[in-house]
Write a protein that binds this ligand. Sequence first.
Ligand code: NDP
Ligand code: TDO
Length: 302
Amino acid sequence: MTSLASNAGPILVTGGAGQLATSMVRLGGPRIHLVGRPAFDFDQPQTLAASFAAIQPVAVVNAAAWTAVDAAEANVEGATRANRDGPEILATLCAQAGIPLIHVSTDYVFDGDKGAPYIETDPTSPTGVYGRTKVDGEQAVLAANPRTIVLRTSWVYSATGKNFVRTMINAGEKNPVLRVVGDQFGGPTAADDLARAIVAILERIESGGWQDDYAGIYHAAGTGETTWHGLAVAALEVAARHGRTMPEVVAIKTADWPTPARRPMDSRLDCGKLERVFGIRLPPWRESLTNTVDELMAPSSL
Ligand SMILES: NC(=O)C1=CN([C@@H]2O[C@H](COP(=O)(O)OP(=O)(O)OC[C@H]3O[C@@H](n4cnc5c(N)ncnc54)[C@H](OP(=O)(O)O)[C@@H]3O)[C@@H](O)[C@H]2O)C=CC1
Ligand SMILES: Cc1cn([C@H]2C[C@H](O)[C@@H](COP(=O)(O)OP(=O)(O)O[C@H]3O[C@@H](C)C(=O)[C@@H](O)[C@H]3O)O2)c(=O)[nH]c1=O
């Protein structure tokens, strides 16, 4: 696995106890300086420059975001501060220091109506507030810092934190029957795999120097595709191998699971550009899911 040279400066990672931030700490080595609330808070903009000045990073990874998709519908201001305004300030600080920013975005920038995997230049058309604020954030960070890489990922899960896989495994313990939408398609992504990709990008930038054509948007999701129903079944099957009772998992239609925010029906991401530019391809989603659920089921996680 790629690893960062140990003799260079600190890498500031935002996102506190979030999934990706936790994976960055796990996989990025001693140069990772994690910041989170309250010391680093997009709702308190002065905390951003203060963290920056204290750490004096040589690169920044922004893994902090408002990720509560439904709750964003009722709190546009909070989602905008976390997903657009704060990242823009962070990118401006990076520009002033002349350092790269890796900013993370989402498949929910798309409406899901293309009928084929999205490429980076496809027009965005989010279906809800979360996706809209993430589009605005992408544009803001790219405009504020010429050394910005935006990684759009999708359906992130890990053995810690709040995510769909853990929700399904917990629900399966309590309910003999689960109902899960089977008509929305996407690419599940292990937070650890995304963190490894970020480390590899940082390593490339450090070893070869920044190149202006690195700047821009990349899609970075687990390889392959499924539905939320497919993901739930796959996760519960691995849990069953660890002795959990397998519930019945009924595939339902989106219309049968009403939510405040509409989700894209097919937000698969074409990740070819990441492979062409950086030689990075994330592992097949089922392989990584098995590893994560195995970890989740290990006695120390229970
Ligand atoms: N989760 C997913 O399925 C997907 C995520 N993404 C993107 O990936 C990135 C990482 O997501 P993930 O790790 O899953 O997210 P998490 O929800 O696990 O973590 C997000 C972190 O952001 C922090 N945060 C939220 N609001 C603020 C704020 N106002 N100021 C400072 N910190 C804040 C939270 O802090 P606290 O702990 O204090 O609440 C939390 O720790 C995000 O950009 C997200 O949009 C993209 C696609 C899918
Ligand atoms: C819990 C649950 C959800 N669902 C449906 C609702 C929804 O359509 C779909 C996914 O549910 P969730 O609300 O857990 O996932 P959601 O919050 O929509 O996940 C998204 O999070 C943001 C941060 C992203 O960026 C996206 O890539 C994506 O991962 O599954 C069921 O059908 N049955 C269930 O029991």
